[in-house]
Design a protein around this ligand. Sequence first.
Ligand SMILES: [Zn+2]
Length: 454
Amino acid sequence: MPLESLVDHIDELISQITNLTSNLQNIPYPRVKQNIRFSGQNYVNGLKIAKEVITNCIVKRASLLSSVQRKDGRTLPPEEIIRSYWLDQVSGCYRTVERFNTDITTQANPSMPYELYHWLFDLFDRLGLDVTIVLQDSNQYTNDSFEKAIVEPLMPLLKVAKEPLLPGSLLQVETKDFVNAYPIKLGYVISFIKGEACNPLLWPLLIHEVFHITDKEKALMTSHNSPTKGEIPILHENKTVNSRWISEIFADIMAIHYVGPMYAFSLMDYFERVPYVQTIQYPEMCVRLYSVYCYLESVRSTYTDIVHRCLDSFKAKIGEKVLEYEESGELSEEKKEKLEDIYQKISGWFPLLRVNSFKQTLREYVLTAKSVGFENRTNSKFAPFPHLVFSYDEIDNLIFRDRISLAIHPNILLNVILSNLGKYNRHIHYDVLVDSIKKWKIKQAWERSIQNLK
Ligand SMILES: [Zn+2]
């Protein structure tokens, strides 16, 4: 049979992926395993679609055509027919199935710690979104639905399957919808830069991707009360570009409300590390930085302590950058006004999404502390709130000096790190942070089980 080696190869990949996802002993968390298995099933279905198109469409059609006599009385062998009509699709198929295999392999063994899933799951749960996500090594921060990651690369093959007429003849064949036969279930792949996987200072960029997914799942930007409807300021005269840019700004503003000032640092640090250019997808750097700067301005007067500590160490830096943009003319008064207006409208959405702001996360930490009877341990003037289990300085000492992991929400820990960047060392504190997320998760589960007993 023609293309036998390709079909054998696809079969081999199917059994490899099936083996990989049924043996995930290296992953200690059932929910993470479950998501990776879900993804594996999608990739296996993608491979089955590729195999079906190759065997049931291309090879079958080539053998049909090979029995047809040509004008010169000759018949052509199926291999030659495939070469003349479907060479691109067949060689593209090799690349696609290989990519599927690479993708699911890095999802099963990502460079990022599995613990980060807990942080993202927690946010999805708070948002009331039951979506499957998997983390994947890449060269950028982005999110794609499984549909985009799997069905889109298969499009050239699927087009062949949908074509009823055999090329160079009048013969008709049955068309088939293989995506229906092997459905790709809804979910998302969140990609991150592999080299930065163990850099906690850039982890908050994952939260930006979560809010993009929220936007897609809840159709926020297209809903009737979306800030893009009505009098949203125009940043670009093209409607599609404008709405993509607003979506970017939306994800930034939501991320900073949730993560706190640390997100502004991550964004700025990312812009400094990775060449970032304005495209039809992404607005200029100054637009995004000014949008998060609006948050820093707005929280300045509302609450103190930990936020102020974080702001003190960082706001000047982003402020300098904003000033540079203003002086160079990139950030005009008119643009600033528009961005402030967008900030007001989008940040008004935050409470509606049922997710804790950074300020609420701090408060929740205190309340949980109270409910388990640890109140009044400290009254340090630097504590985020007077009755915190650990004061700001205690957290600082435990993390930086004693390198002890703490069961505290990652958003709080990341902001404490931001306010102490001088003491922070990626190689030393990475494990402390990862273990802290693990402890925080365990504490949450424990508290939940106590609640259920009551
Ligand atoms: Zn984005």
